[in-house]
Design a protein around this ligand. Structure first.
Ligand SMILES: Cc1ncc(COP(=O)(O)O)c(C=O)c1O
Length: 385
């Protein structure tokens, strides 16, 4: 069998940043007490791991560590934010490119008559809404929140979230940055959004089971926790403490995961997200140009030169997506995601529903040879070699 080429970075990163596995192993072997739940040295060491991670993530993403929250993933934090901001009932305006991590919590609230959902489809071919289109929808009826993916996990198109936040102010904007944190240079404080949730295991190159929430001052002051329990603080009370980050972080945290995430963020800060992004985007452009030039290959939601992340969706006329993906893996060692990528709304908008697409997610450790191997394999699959 040929060498293994991992092209599913948008699902989760692999390999992780240098030093991540070692940091996790070191934590489990040497520091694995329960943080903030004792004065002994292992508890203190575990607290240090969690707080070190918080500092490193906040530093990388331009956020205040006091309003940076650590948890199991973007999904958890999006559920937290949406349940809290719409708990009393309200209207949510969303893009047509949202992942189910946004749509399922919203549909759940809608079914319980707590949310009215308005979708902005965006006039262009990519489904990316303009600030004016979102603002027009917001003005149509009183709106509690605008929820936007920062980049589509299907097409890689980036949404102008900061410009949208300006256009809809003072309505709070919640950003699903699962695909962009660590992958696009980011300055949360300058974005002007109320909340940003992201994964620790995708572009941030950390372990699975980690995610981050960033809040602006006013949202931090009013957000309700999704789950309640022990925090190691104010234990005399049976109510959740007001103290942040404790109020939103009940239960024993994923300390090995956060030890790994800290190592990943420190590596990203040293390497520079901008340079890594440029490298990945060059590979994506090369892949798009070469795949797009093959007769019978269709690219979905791709607009050359438009702001993007290193994700590319394609299909091949006459070939079944699932069979092609299995063949690429088995015969060529190429691992891609196939199907709807948990974002049926985006596929509906782009026209690739219900069949979905094959999705190449390009990580920072790949090179031209890797993407060329995919192009060659698709040509061979088409010609029956
Ligand atoms: C756009 C988008 N939002 C949310 C998620 C969920 O992220 P997590 O795995 O961190 O819960 C994903 C991951 O697949 C995603 O691509």
């Amino acid at each position: 069998m040929s060498r293994m080429i991992y092209l599913d970075h948008a699902a989760t990163s692999f390999p992780k940043a240098p030093g991540v596995a070692e940091a996790v192993a070191h934590h489990l072997g040497a520091d694995a007490g329960n943080p903030a739940r004792g004065g002994h040295r292992l508890s203190v060491a575990a607290s240090r791991a969690v707080e070190g991670c918080r500092e490193a993530v906040a530093g990388l993403l331009g956020a205040d560590p006091g309003r940076t929250f650590l948890g199991p993933g973007a999904t958890f934090w999006l559920n937290t934010v949406l349940a809290s901001l719409l708990g009393g009932g309200g209207r949510a305006v969303v893009s047509a490119l949202e992942h189910n991590a946004v749509m399922r919590p919203l549909r759940h609230l809608e079914a319980r008559r707590k949310a009215i959902i308005a979708v902005v489809h965006g006039a262009g071919s990519t489904g990316v809404p303009s600030p004016e289109e979102v603002a027009t929808e917001v003005r149509r009826a009183p709106t509690s929140v605008v929820v936007l993916t920062h980049a589509s996990n299907v097409s890689g198109a980036v949404l102008p979230v900061a410009q949208i936040a300006r256009a809809v102010a003072p309505v709070p904007v919640v950003v699903d940055a699962a695909q962009t944190a660590g992958s696009l240079p980011m300055d949360f404080a300058a974005m002007g959004v109320a909340a940003l949730a992201c994964s620790g295991h995708k572009g941030l190159l950390g372990p699975a089971g980690t995610g981050v929430l960033l809040l602006d001052r006013s949202t931090a002051g009013r957000l309700e926790p999704l789950i309640r329990g022990g925090t190691g603080s104010r234990s005399e009370s049976e109510e959740m403490p007001e103290l942040l980050p404790d109020r939103l972080e009940a239960g024993t945290p994923n300390t090995p995961g956060f030890a790994g995430l800290e190592a990943a963020c420190r590596w990203l800060a040293r390497e520079g997200v901008e340079g890594l992004h440029e490298h990945q985007m060059k590979l994506r452009e090369r892949l798009a140009n070469r795949l797009g030039a093959i007769h019978g290959v269709r690219l979905w939601g791709h607009r050359p030169g438009a702001p993007g992340i290193p994700v590319l969706s394609f299909t091949v006329d006459g070939l079944d997506n699932g069979e092609l993906a299995a063949w690429l893996d088995r015969e060529r060692g190429l691992m891609l995601r196939v199907g709807l990528h948990c974002a049926p709304a985006a596929h509906r908008r782009l026209g690739s529903f219900p069949g979905g697409t094959l999705r190449a997610g390009i990580g920072p450790f790949l090179d031209e040879e890797d993407v060329d191997a995919l192009v060659a394999a698709v040509k061979d699959a088409l010609s029956g070699n």
